[in-house]
Ligand binder design. Structure first.
Ligand code: ADP
Length: 509
């Protein structure tokens, strides 16, 4: 293995006159765009890492080498590093592969076929994989081993979600032992969705290699199980969530999923930093996946995109008939159930609906039935299809997000850029990014409803459809949205500030 993959400390001359030391950051995520994705976590891990690298930091990304990654036509190099991970009383071997992305971002994959060579990332239609505890405890331990072998010291390890939750704990352990490779590394843990907790049978603690003294309410015990998410929340030096509003919400009983007490106790170390949008992927001016490009100045291409969508879903045309889009994991969180309930009335209000989703089977079945019941007005695809997601963003007039809770939400931000007006429930990142349109002042970028009742959502959809019939005002709300800028650079700066604070506090400890 080539020691020193990280270069020596580099100093940025271009952007900062005070010669601030750039950071060496290790990002660890169980999924990352463009390699493997089931949701927003992948977009964030990929785009944030690129934004940080572009700002001059040395960023290395680590993730499992899934079948989905193998299928991609990537130039993946062998590093020659084999990892020996002492795990569950035995030693498991894995190898480390490398791929170089643009912007100086190094990506390393942990290859272990028995754990990761599967059709899906976390489970199949029958549920989660039975050995997920083993798969991701192994991953955390392998990351610790890989970090040491990849190169020089790491300033920050940034872990995402429960699959990486043990890493801050292992680092804390090394520090307590007084030395070790990780002793000067500060850990940051980002919570993307508190409902996904990585809770497992308590005897799985044996897999972690940790002593049973961690099996306490102050440690990683959680209602008779162990929780890997809790490990991250308790032991990371800093915690973040993906919007300011969600950072407040998770401290309450309504949204905290029994972890509200733990999070409140760490309030001082908690920050809400809104996710950004990767506008290289999501811009109607340059998007290669849509029929015709368009811009805020020239919206004509959007009509072509709408036509394409109508062809794809065999939708009836009709003057003044808006198309409402919905792209989502089919999970209760996303309010799929209230959308399903609302479909006859949405059709009755004169709109058409297109749905792209994958997830719980019963939702898929109900949606397919609705497509049969309302041919020409309701189009449904039950699959994961990124190309189609782009076409829906471009071709729709409105985008609906009735999420029960939404840590950040990306589709409302994509929709804004595509002039597809969001109608959202006022929660989490949806509340932080969408401002109700006021026809009097002509300010605002979308529609927002409070509470999760069907009638509140339908009332807002009705208001949006009424406004849609006033072409002038409709173009104003579209253009207001297209003007918004949620680019990653400003979020990356906020993370950088947080990383430096974490480092400083670690040195002063
Ligand atoms: P979450 O991470 O909770 O699933 P987000 O809104 O943060 O929700 O991110 C979801 C991301 O996944 C978006 O980029 C969205 O477009 C994409 N997505 C979700 N479901 C599908 C699907 N069936 N096909 C294509 N893209 C999808």
């Amino acid at each position: 293995m080539t020691e020193g993959t990280f270069q020596n400390i580099i100093y940025s001359r271009k952007t900062r006159s005070d010669r601030v030391k750039n950071l060496r950051i290790l990002t660890v995520s169980s999924e990352t765009t463009p390699f493997a994705k089931t949701g927003g976590l992948a977009d964030v891990a990929g785009a944030l890492s690129s934004a940080l690298a572009k700002r001059g930091n040395e960023v290395t990304l680590l993730m499992p080498y899934y079948k989905e990654v193998k299928k991609k036509d990537l130039k993946v190099e062998e590093t020659g590093i084999s990892l020996e991970v002492v795990f569950s009383g035995r030693s498991e071997k894995a190898s480390l592969l490398r791929h170089n992305l643009a912007d100086g971002l190094n990506v390393y994959f942990i290859a272990h076929d028995r754990y990761y060579e599967r059709d899906e990332l976390y489970g199949d239609s029958t549920g989660d994989y039975q050995d997920n505890a083993e798969r991701f405890i192994f991953f955390c331990r392998a990351v610790l081993a890989a970090g040491r072998l990849i190169g020089n010291k790491i300033d920050i390890v940034h872990c995402h979600d429960w699959q990486t939750g043990l890493i801050p704990l292992y680092i804390r352990e090394e520090r307590m032992d007084g030395g070790g490779f990780w002793k000067d590394t500060a850990s940051v843990f980002t919570l993307h969705n508190i409902a996904y907790q990585g809770n497992f049978w308590h005897y799985d603690l044996d897999l972690t290699g940790l002593p049973w003294s961690y099996y306490t309410p102050e440690g990683i015990e959680f209602y008779g199980e162990i929780s890997l998410l809790k490990a991250g929340l308790v032991y990371a030096d800093k915690i973040t969530t993906v919007s300011k509003r969600y950072a407040q919400e998770v401290q309450t009983g309504d949204f905290g999923y029994r972890l509200e007490g733990i999070i409140s106790s760490r309030k001082k170390d908690l920050a809400g930093i809104l996710n950004g949008v990767d506008y290289r992927e999501w811009s109607p001016e340059t998007d290669k996946l849509i029929r015709k490009n368009y811009s805020r100045e020239d919206l004509s291409g959007k009509r072509e995109c709408k036509r394409e969508l109508m062809e794809i879903f065999s939708l009836e045309s009709g003057r003044d008939r808006p198309i409402i889009g919905f792209i989502s994991r089919l999970a209760q969180q996303k309010g799929v159930d209230i959308l399903i309930e609302a479909v006859p009335e949405i059709v009755g209000l004169g709109a058409s609906l297109v749905v792209l989703g994958k997830g719980e089977q019963h939702y898929g079945q109900q949606l397919r039935e609705l497509a049969r019941e309302f041919p020409g007005r309701v189009g449904v695809r039950i699959t994961f299809d990124n190309d189609l997601a782009h076409k829906i963003e471009a071709g729709c007039d409105m985008f609906i997000m009735p999420s029960r809770y939404e840590p950040c939400g990306l589709n409302q931000m994509y929709s804004l850029r595509y002039g597809t007006v969001p109608i959202v429930k006022a929660t989490g990142g949806l509340d932080d990014t969408i401002r109700e349109f006021n026809p009097g002042t002509r300010k605002g970028n979308g529609f927002k409803f409070k509470g999760h009742e069907l009638r509140n959502m339908l009332k807002k959809i009705g208001e949006a459809i009424d406004l849609y019939r006033n072409k002038k005002l409709w173009e104003t709300v579209m253009r207001n949205g297209m003007e918004e800028d949620f680019s990653w650079d400003s979020s990356a700066r906020k993370y950088e500030r947080l990383y430096r604070k974490a480092q400083k506090e670690l040195v002063n400890k």
